[in-house]
Design a protein around this ligand. Structure first.
Ligand SMILES: [Mg+2]
Length: 226
């Protein structure tokens, strides 16, 4: 099964090549967790004459043409996202506090960024992150994140924290990696306010100071119980 996945998901080869220590591991999403995603996407949408219908957590079925009120099709949403990633180096700005929090945490834990996007944009993404003070290994994943986080967990016998904004990624990791401490993080205040809590999430946050403190607690508690 995992061999079949190796052929399609670029995450597995990268995970195998990583140097990992027996220290707590923080697996952190990029879009809407450490780099703004919704706000710049919205600007791109507005330029294309589209807008969100509401601030519930979804893209397809939640974007319409301003002039006609017609729902954007799946293909139009896909084209919008493609345009976003083509230009994300220029569009994306950091989520406040993310770099400081991750750099502080990296004194006691190892940090890996796990991001879903076309692999050809990896170099740009690494540059954008580094420019904003985030210089940890970046792994491009395809599909639900549970299998990739499971492969990481197999290599690290230490506490594992997973942060993401996407309910499907959070539930995938929750259901695949029993020991993972799941954090639901949504930077955009409007979408954060309307987010349905994902069952099993230990923390729901849009604040990196709160999140850093929570992760420190997890790391300390598990270190004491060793
Ligand atoms: Mg995300």
């Amino acid at each position: 099964m995992s061999e079949a996945r190796n052929g399609v998901n670029p995450a597995f080869a990268r995970i195998e090549a990583l140097t990992l220590a027996a220290r707590p591991l923080i697996v952190c999403d990029v879009d809407e967790v450490v780099l703004q995603f919704i706000a710049p996407l919205e600007r791109l949408m507005n330029d294309a004459g589209m807008e969100f219908i509401d601030h519930r957590y979804r893209l397809t079925g939640n974007i319409r043409h301003v002039e006609t009120g017609d729902l954007a099709s799946r293909d139009e949403v896909r084209a919008l996202l493609h345009g976003f990633f083509e230009d994300h180096g220029r569009l994306q700005t950091p989520v406040p506090g993310a770099a400081d929090a991750l750099n502080q945490l990296s004194e006691r834990a190892q940090v890996v960024m796990l991001t879903n996007m076309p692999a050809r944009f990896l170099t740009t993404r690494e540059e954008v992150l580094a420019r904003n003070g985030i210089s940890f290994p970046v792994i491009v994943n395809d599909g639900p994140k549970g299998p990739a986080v499971s492969a990481l967990a197999e290599r690290v016998q230490a506490p594992l924290v997973f942060l993401d904004d996407s309910p499907s990624n959070l539930t995938s990791v929750r259901d695949t990696v029993e020991e993972a401490h799941i954090i639901q993080f949504i930077a955009d205040p409007r979408f954060f306010a309307l987010a349905d809590p994902v069952e099993g999430a230990r923390l729901i946050s849009n604040d990196w100071t709160v999140t850093r403190r929570y992760i420190e607690t997890v790391i300390q508690k598990e270190a004491r119980s060793d």
